[in-house]
Design a protein around this ligand. Structure first.
Ligand SMILES: [Fe+2]
Length: 246
């Protein structure tokens, strides 16, 4: 899923390898690349479908303007790297690393975010089920092979929500909070990332919440805690579960 969201060129890969790229950019380079430019993904629901939890106006601006800007910025940075490579200018290629990280991360994060949401009562809200939530609700056979779940790693779903909201509230400036899975241990955890830094390395992003003001301000103004509380009503746990079980 996420591995197919970023599309770039061999020149970018070469540029990134040559540029001693920052960790996030290196992670972008490690994804599966497809020739061609990054494009804005369609939403799997209408802009107004998440109301009243997230207004249609916010969704329209967030998707068609903000996300499109990250797509455009990423493609421009990729082109700049290609041009620098053609000129043999490794310094110019390396100078694009912050832009690749910011716009590439913005494209990746938002692509994951849209899939993390669904209209309330139509795939959105409620509680996670199955292996993701309760190891004691599944078969004993599966129990022995299921090492992680929300109840095991957080104590309860309510505790996860509380800790996530605390993490979101603690973000200074712009950033994201993510429910992640450690790829080695399978353990769940919560992490925050500043700006558009993507979740990389040994962590698999399962669920991200955008804490940028553009994600809520038109509707919630300075009451961002209300946005963090409301978004649970439109979380698509099916998507989270699929990423968890991948
Ligand atoms: Fe955003």
């Amino acid at each position: 899923m996420a591995s197919t969201l970023l599309r770039t060129t061999p020149a970018l890969r070469a540029g990134l390898r040559a540029s001693a790229a920052r960790p996030a950019a290196a992670a972008i380079a490690s994804t599966t690349f497809v020739r061609g430019k990054a494009t804005l993904p369609d939403l799997p629901y209408d802009y107004g479908a998440l109301e009243p939890y997230i207004s249609g106006k916010i969704m329209e601006l967030h998707h068609s303007k903000h996300h499109q800007t990250y797509v455009n910025g990423f493609n421009s940075a990729v082109e700049a790297v290609a041009e620098a490579k053609a000129k043999g200018d490794s310094a110019a290629a390396a100078a694009q690393a912050p832009l690749l990280n910011f716009h590439g991360g913005g494209h990746l994060n938002h692509s994951l975010f849209w899939e993390n949401l669904a209209p309330h009562g139509k795939g959105g809200g409620g509680e996670p089920e199955g292996k993701l939530l309760l190891w004691d609700k599944i078969t004993p056979e599966a129990h022995t092979t299921t090492q992680t779940a929300i109840n095991k790693d957080f104590g309860s779903f309510e505790t996860l929500q509380k800790q996530a909201n605390t993490a979101l509230a603690g973000i200074q400036g712009s950033g994201w909070a993510w429910l992640v899975k450690d790829k080695t241990s399978g353990t769940l955890g919560l992490v925050t990332r500043a700006n558009q830094d993507p979740v990389t390395g040994n962590l698999e992003p399962l669920l991200g919440v955008d804490a940028w003001e553009h994600a809520y301000y038109l509707q919630y103004e300075n009451r961002k805690a209300e946005y963090f509380s409301a978004i649970w009503d439109v979380i698509n746990w099916s998507t989270v579960a699929k990423r968890f079980e991948k």
